[in-house]
Design a protein around this ligand. Structure first.
Ligand SMILES: Cc1ncc(COP(=O)(O)O)c(C=O)c1O
Length: 447
């Protein structure tokens, strides 16, 4: 049994069992469900994954931000077991259950904003974003939606339409949803106005003067949807003024301000929600991923009067707010608070950024480093002057990392960013080893 304190060790070759499962996957799982690493998990705990081959890997992508509390946090596992022994499913609308209401209360209290809030549950991040837009549309009686470059909001028709990456999310899947309007995000390293922050005049906010003349009439816009830090889009961290500026624009025009905190939420950035770094309390927040420490659950939480705009029956779904997932969510939120994840995320950020800055000084191929708490991005370029994206090196570095026992994930519109999203329970020794491996992989590929 893993304790969660193990270090990475990849001394075993591929086992017969792994070979058999890979062959079975190739036979029965469609190609569209990509498999990047040819291993199968045997068990996982904390920041450690052990494979069927007997190798141990450090998980520094946290199942794409789902495992801020690490693999299998004990109080959450116990809550799941206890709930599974009572009832697995009822369909909340016909037979309400306490875990749903308990989690609604907890989430409403956790979300920023000095106003009355309510929360509704769904199954995935995409569903949460879709429902946030539906709620905003019915509350405002408007249809249009504003989204941003570098955005990722999911894979359903509407959320893929809001997403700003053609391959693999949009190409070949036909028409996008109507009513979607895209503005430029605040991506200072690649500022579309070639300005330098600070002192740039915040063209990213000024753009809306022209946007509302040339792109969409603001009184027809139901919602503006933005990730406080773009995750899949390359860990793009906006300047502090950006989100408050957007919120002011929304207020001026009666637009619902929706923060997609699916990846940034639940202490990833050092606060329960990333918007709090810039003092913003959105009208609605879409959350998922770490909300239930690994069980599929998502939510929309926000202003009670907006959340109450849909009439009875207009929100929900068969599995929405499953009792086992909600019980896991209740235990997860208690666990995160007890672990002092705010401090832990900041400590991870400080250590990892220190190591990365030293590495950047040696390797010009590391063009830009970005972090908000423990949401960290390393952008690779062929030449720091031209900033030409270098996705090939990212592919090779992520492979090198994996071969040495570290799992990291690529990101970015040009696939030239590596994102580090280690579970916040990672130990100091594991973090040091993770950075040793990352450094060695970067040096091998870039030096
Ligand atoms: C910011 C953001 N929004 C929405 C989603 C979609 O979530 P899901 O994959 O659970 O549908 C993701 C997933 O990565 C995300 O990062």
């Amino acid at each position: 049994m893993l304790t969660g304190n193990e270090l990475a060790e990849v001394s075993h070759g591929r086992s017969d069992a792994t070979r058999e499962w890979l062959a079975k996957a190739a036979e029965y799982v469609p190609k569209g469900v990509a498999v990047v690493n040819e291993v199968f998990v045997a068990e996982a705990k904390g920041a450690v994954v052990r494979t069927l081959d007997g190798n141990t890997y450090l998980d520094c992508f946290a199942g794409v931000g789902v495992l801020n509390g690490g693999h299998c946090p004990q109080p959450v596992v116990e809550a799941i077991q206890a709930q599974a022994g009572q009832y697995l499913h009822t369909f909340f609308h016909q037979v309400p259950h306490r875990p749903y209401v308990e989690l609604s209360e907890k989430l409403s209290k956790l979300a920023p904003g000095d106003f009355r809030k309510k929360a509704a549950f769904f199954n995935s991040g995409s569903e949460a974003v879709e429902n946030a837009v539906k709620i905003a549309r019915i509350a405002t009686r408007r249809a249009a939606v504003i989204c941003f470059t570098n955005a990722y909001h999911g894979r359903t028709l509407l959320t893929a339409s809001l997403t700003c990456k053609v391959k693999p999310y949009k190409a070949g899947f036909g028409q996008s949803a109507p009513g979607v309007h895209r503005a430029a995000t605040a991506y200072c390293y690649r500022c579309p106005w070639q300005s330098t922050y600070p002192g740039c005049g915040m063209h990213c906010l000024e753009q809306f003067k022209g946007f509302f003349k040339g792109e969409v009439e603001p009184s027809e816009v139901a919602a503006m949807v933005i990730e406080p830090v773009h995750g899949e889009g390359g860990i793009v961290v906006p300047p502090r003024e950006f989100l408050p500026g957007l919120q002011a624009i929304c207020r001026e025009h009666g637009i619902t301000f929706v923060a997609d905190e699916v990846q940034t939420g639940f202490y990833r950035t050092g606060k329960p929600f990333a918007v709090s770094h810039s003092g913003v309390a959105p009208d609605l927040i879409a959350c998922a991923k770490s909300i239930a420490a690994g069980l599929p659950l998502s939510a929309v939480v926000g202003k009670a009067e907006i959340m109450d705009a849909p009439a009875p029956g207009q929100l929900g779904g068969t599995f929405s707010g499953n009792p086992v997932a909600c019980a896991a969510g209740v235990a997860a939120l208690d666990f995160y608070r007890a672990q002092d994840f705010k401090a832990r995320a900041m400590r991870i950020s400080q250590y990892v950024m220190g190591r990365l800055e030293a590495l950047q000084a040696r390797l010009p191929g590391i063009g830009n480093l970005r972090a908000l708490g423990a949401m960290i991005g390393v952008e690779f370029v062929k030449d720091p002057r031209t900033k030409e994206p270098d996705p090939d090196s990212v592919k090779r570095i992520t492979r090198e990392c994996f071969d040495r026992g570290l799992i990291v994930l690529a990101a970015g519109t040009f696939d030239n960013v590596i994102r580090l999203l280690m579970p916040l329970v990672i130990t100091d020794a594991q973090m040091a080893q993770a950075m040793d491996i990352f450094e060695a992989a970067c040096v091998k590929v870039l030096a």
